[in-house]
Design a protein. Sequence first.
Length: 244
Amino acid sequence: MSGQVLVLGGTGEARRLAAALVAAGVDVLSSLAGRVADPVLPEGGVRVGGFGGADGLADWLAVHRPRAVVDATHPFAARITASAAAAAARHGTPLLRLQRPGWTPGPGDRWTSVDSLDDAARAVHDAGTVFLTTGRQGVGAFAALPGRVLVRAVDPPDGPLPAGAVLLLARGPFTVDEEAALMREHGIDVVVTKDSGGAMTEAKLAAARRLGLPVVLVRRPPLPAGVEVVTTVEEAAAWVTRLG
């Protein structure tokens, strides 16, 4: 077994974890899915591209034999999270899930939680102008919306856009004032987003609260059973340290 730690990354938490482990002298390899055209690269070693599902990741673990895997992918990256759990179990590789906490509604919030993008599309079908901030991969679920839809993503969406779509390519973080101004400019009636959690994209929720706008929030997919989960980079770094 090597001393290397494989970090399944692509999130801010993954980059901060890689930096902390490199500073502690740990050999880190961060794996990025390659779905963003110009990703922010972490410290340490980096590989870009998928493994080919659970079997491909299991084969990689068999060859490279890292001392641990930390799954720090996005809360909605359900496929790689499931693959990591299956592959690590197959080889007895220690696995940790690092996942930031979800958002919690506060006074003045008008949130409706749904289980899927399809449910979200049904919830806003008759809305006026929709602000869609669910990322580029799930836009196709909203293709049949009849109204005006402001679609914001870092890269162009994979699927078809609604007929009344206005595409805005932008990378955050954004301030609450910027989000509120954008919503006013486009006459937004409802915001649709995923429960990604974290401060980087939370400003849109505060802006919606300020403007009294409803939010349709897609719940996170469930995590695989039996996987240890922590919510902070510090906890994840301590877990790696305890492995020796």
